[in-house]
Design a protein around this ligand. Sequence first.
Ligand code: HEM
Length: 181
Amino acid sequence: MKGVIFNVLEDMVISQCGMQTWNDILDEQVSGTGVYTASESYPDEELFGLVESVADKLEMPMADVISTFGTYMFHQLAARYPVFLNQSDNLRDFLISVGSVIHIEVQKLYDNPNLPTFSYDTIRDDQLIMRYKSPRKLCVLAEGLMRGASEYYKTPIEIDHPVCMHKGSDHCDLVVRFDHG
Ligand code: HEM
């Protein structure tokens, strides 16, 4: 995982729990130096170790920490790369652009990033199915990012996750329903 993701986790913990908590979390780690350069890659296990310590400290389930982190990460990425958001004027088009434009541009910006693949079922206007595939199985992070995008576009959504890699499938289906009410 790229250092930028570690930087965002550090920002989130420091802004919500203070520097001392982040230092305590770093002290608990068995590997890594605690210093992360945005464009460098670091082992996924190192990020998972940090997230596990955050979950312990905050007494929150891992999945909740990853999802909250995804939402926080969305707003940070939006601030760092406003150009990707300017290209879509609504949430549905933005979500479609993640697989077809944004992550493809990220491939050019970063050396060898580890990105998931998304394919889409766009048949219905009031629904979008995002099919997620990644050996890292971070579908919960994807959900958190999607909730961040929903906040950004001020467009409420419901997300169902009927097919999941954590339940033995080779992909996840993230079914997004747009509230037209
Ligand atoms: C709702 C919107 C988005 C979703 C659902 C999404 C999904 C994800 C997920 C799940 C990962 C973790 C890696 C994996 O699963 O294999 C990831 C990584 C990443 N994404 Fe996105 N993403 C979104 C928006 C963006 C935006 C706006 C950017 C802006 C540049 C971005 C840049 C990245 C980067 C840099 C990584 C890390 C790559 C690495 O560590 O090597 N994503 N994305």
